[in-house]
Design a protein around this ligand. Structure first.
Ligand code: PLP
Length: 391
């Protein structure tokens, strides 16, 4: 009896969808990602339904393909932008600047100027130097300050620490913003991507409330907006709660602190809108063992850490992998094709792979629509960037 449990594709896609993706993929050269935009449309609708009062700003970094951006544009989404390059992509599709927030706290002066000249008026910040620069290059702009959050251990892909500042500093920055002629607009946080502990939002909202109250009482500054970032779940091997459960609890936390009259709420989902829509298809290049008696197989495939699967770093994201090969599931190391020894995705893949897996077989990496294509834009070892197709 195998120690492993097999992947049930039905936990991730309905049968018809998966068969359609497989049929589309059948004559394509691996590796590539197929993204079913119908799933994205549904995920977006679910997000809007779950948080009916919120404004959704899609975190473009998750996947900036024009097919996705135009779908979300047509659905009325707004956009959280990280760079001048993302700004170009979104504005080329006719998105107006009022639907854009410059959400990166690390930015060049010339980029702030360019955003402002193109009509963007909402900027994130978490430092005095950045805030002063915004005041000079984007006079009168709306600024929101990002605070640090807890919960890094319960997020698969933590995001606090590099971004955000302590509460006291956030408070001081918003006072300074007013002095500099900016509009102190609100506060933001990101509890970490694929955050498994819904309580992380409770703690963050609690911090935000304290700063809202102090600014009003001590300086007459009335903040209008809370940007609650991303962190909402996608379907990976370790299951989390549904989006509905997240929403119910987060709304409860908001109402507990702010009552029925909520400030403007902004959400910046990336992973939860896109990841479930993608299947990355790769091919087994080599299967080997380190000795004739070793139990463990090494499965080398034509996609790796440097061609889209960087989120397997420290095995942070555990992608479900489906294969049509038969036989008992056995332990294996799964590694990429480059000559870099860091190019190992899983030292011991939690689900094992079937005994009869052979060179040339296909591996279907489920839930790979987000943070894959964008992370593979290098030609390391000469391998081209990951190809993507949109259904
Ligand atoms: N907002 C900001 C500022 C981010 O940096 C990110 C991710 O890096 C997101 C939103 C999207 O987060 P997620 O993919 O967890 O939804």
């Amino acid at each position: 009896m195998s120690q492993f449990q097999s992947i049930d594709v039905a936990d991730y896609y309905d049968n018809e969808t998966f068969e359609r993706i497989k049929a589309f993929a059948s004559d394509k050269v691996t590796p590539f990602v197929v993204i079913d935009t119908k799933i994205i449309a549904k995920q977006y609708d679910d997000m809007v339904q779950s948080f009916p009062f919120a404004s959704v700003y899609y975190a473009v970094k998750a996947n900036p393909a024009p097919e996705i951006l135009s779908l979300l544009r047509d659905k009325g989404a707004n956009f959280d932008i990280a760079s001048i390059f993302e700004l170009d992509m979104v504005m080329e599709l006719g998105v107006s600047p009022e639907r854009i927030s410059y959400g990166n706290t690390i930015k060049k002066r010339k980029d702030v100027r360019a955003f402002y000249q193109r009509g963007v008026t909402m900027f994130a910040s978490d430092s005095e130097a950045d805030l002063r620069m915004i005041a000079e290059e984007a006079p009168g702009a709306k600024v929101y300050v990002r605070i640090l959050t807890e919960g890094t251990e319960t997020a698969d892909w933590p995001l606090s620490r590099k971004f955000g500042c302590q509460n006291e500093m956030a408070y001081e920055l918003l006072v300074l913003a007013k002095e500099l002629g900016l509009k102190p607009y609100g506060l933001s946080f990101h509890v970490g991507s694929q955050q498994r502990d819904i309580g992380a939002w409770d703690a963050a909202i609690g911090k935000v409330k304290v700063i809202f109250d102090r600014l009003k009482e001590e300086h007459g500054i009335v903040l209008e907006m809370i940007n609650m970032g991303g962190g909402f779940p996608a379907n990976y091997i370790d299951k989390t709660n549904s989006l509905t459960t997240y929403a119910e609890q987060i709304i409860h936390f908001l109402k507990e602190d702010f009552g029925e009259q909520l400030p403007k709420i902004v959400l910046e989902p990336g992973r939860s809108l896109i990841a479930n829509a993608g299947v990355l298809v790769s091919e087994v290049v080599l299967i080997s063992r380190k000795s004739n008696t070793a139990l463990e197989r090494w499965v080398f495939t034509d996609v790796g850490k440097f061609s889209g699967l960087i989120e397997t770093m420290d095995e942070a994201i555990k992608f479900p992998i489906y294969t049509e090969a038969q036989g008992e599931l056995q332990p294996c190391v799964i590694a990429g094709p480059t000559c870099d020894s860091a190019d190992i995705m899983y030292e011991q893949y939690s689900y094992g792979l079937p005994e009869e897996l052979a060179i040339g077989d296909r591996l279907y990496w489920l839930t790979t629509g987000a943070y894959t294509t964008t992370y593979s834009a290098v030609c390391f070892n000469g391998f081209p960037p990951l190809q993507d197709y949109y259904l």
